[in-house]
Design a protein around this ligand. Sequence first.
Ligand code: IPE
Ligand code: IPE
Ligand code: MG
Length: 261
Amino acid sequence: MWRFFPQKNKYVQEEAEFTFDSNRAIPKHIAIIMDGNGRWAQNRRLPRVAGHKEGMETVKTITKHASRLGVKVLTLYAFSTENWKRPEEEVSFLMQLPVDFFDKFVPELIKENVKVNVMGYTEFLPAHTQDAVTRAIEQTKDNTGMVLNFALNYGSRAEIVTAVKDIYAELKKKDASEEEITETLISDHLMTGFLPIELRDPELLIRTSGEERISNFLLWQIAYSELFFTDALWPDFNGELLEMAIAAFQNRDRRFGGLKK
Ligand code: IPE
Ligand code: IPE
Ligand code: MG
């Protein structure tokens, strides 16, 4: 695990040190559980929402950095189906964030050739949030570079339930047999199904803030993802640490159930 020392502004790997090599494989799809905004703010005696605001700046930095490294898809967990449990004040701040974020950042996204997508139960978001999302998708739809995929009101169990219901309805309509249910069919019906099949599953999953859990994120898609946990709180995460996560990835032996290469 990478430990972050805010006073020294330094990341230290506990077991081994890897150096990032831009000539080695860069994960095509990186997913990030952006956690620790509240703690970042509380550490500074600020209200939790100040952490979310600062976290938005990290999203900009990491988007540009990942895009320049040649990442094809960056999936960011921004709001879970369980985050509605938080105080109303915090939830409404989080619902305003995409509006501010896209308003200011879309011109840069266009410059960077980044295409925005949002996956999740967006129909339950407030109207102004939905509008901001729809606008950003529309404004970046012709971009051909990295896909910046926000998981907004996303939960993987709900996603799987929806997929199973859709598959059931389709098969019933066609009077098809259960033999048609395959891994590809399931993958097609998940919220990552809009991506080409080889890009749907993240190769690298990063979680900040020291928590080592998945919190209902991409349960199907991370079957063989490399996991990287860091103590850094999301507002402290930066390009250097992203490269360290990739360096760790580059030094993993991905066997997929087979034997060492
Ligand atoms: C992550 O930061 C952002 C969201 C879940 C929206 P948190 O708000 O969970 O921050 P901590 O975990 O309380 O520090
Ligand atoms: C996961 O973080 C959700 C997002 C980052 C959007 P949480 O802070 O909600 O997760 P738990 O509650 O610590 O598992
Ligand atoms: Mg959290």
